[in-house]
Design a protein around this ligand. Sequence first.
Ligand code: NDP
Length: 330
Amino acid sequence: MTDRFRAILIRKESDAQKAELTELGLEDLMESDVVVAVSHSTVNYKDGLALTGRVPVVRRFPMIPGIDLAGVVEDSASTAFKPGDRVLINGFGLSETHYGGYAQVARVKSDWLVPIPESFSPADTMAIGTAGYTAMLSVLALEDAGLTPAKGPVLVTGASGGVGSVAIALLAKLGFHVIASTGRLSEEPYLKSLGAAEIIPREELSGEPKPLGKERWAGAVDSVGSKTLANVVASTRYGGAVAACGLAQGMDLPLSVAPFILRGVSLLGIESVHMNRARRLQAWARLARDLDREKLASMSRTIGLADVFEAANDILAGGVRGRLVVDLSR
Ligand code: NDP
């Protein structure tokens, strides 16, 4: 490992934040017990928010953004990890209060590290990233609520995005009839290649919600929120469940209680950043078992560290298909 390494640093200058590619040394990193040589990171929707400053994700300055990282342990003061171990982190305040994944070296807490499952490369785990890990958490929550393929179809909103793409691939592998809702109907061949059985236009769900709609699906993974989530819940079958994990349309939720008290529908909140260790390990083990590697490769594209700025704008504009991997050596 070299003493100097490349990193993106966000500084605050007279109330505006400024992100730039720079060079740092080990002495610049925050205190913690494990040093990781970071080989890969990724660009999630939240990374777009952090890099552009559109929403105050970063809560201390300066900050190295990047909510995910993967690499190899270089140095460890923890007995839980040793040099050479392959590790990843999703969330845990990276890019918010602790330096994140957009640097070739990270000094992080051992409690946050998850061993990379044997069948994945570090790049694979970042093709999954927080978006894919959240898709898996959503599927686990639906399973816990009793959803099975026999209960009926499952809807995925924001289908061409990161959470959506991984959710489709996982649910199709598990035998579900997957309905994909997208604003990009031109992506129909892509969504079908991931395993979607039916495609519906985003507009069907994004308008003014009714208290109850026709019963259409037994479950859903929603990364869109707002009116879309309200319509999704209103059209969920008796006894069904909806995992709410995102806000691509908005933070509001103009919903009536009718689906809950008349149809016994459950709304399941999904939070990935502070999820407990046991559930993280379960999610990564299930990703290793249930995520088709060819589909993972087909939904991801690799970029270099300097490309992250443009990617941040693209993802906020809803223009990224699937997942982006950041190769820190580029
Ligand atoms: P992406 O940008 O990759 O995917 C979001 C998708 O939503 C887009 O691709 C698009 O899909 C759709 N979309 C975009 N804008 C709108 C709109 N105005 N109305 C309706 N649909 C829209 O982001 P990610 O997959 O990385 O994240 C998705 C959401 O999940 C984000 O809100 C993110 O913050 C949240 N999230 C939450 C986590 C948690 O812990 N709860 C963890 C990870 C993500 P299409 O073109 O197919 O319609």
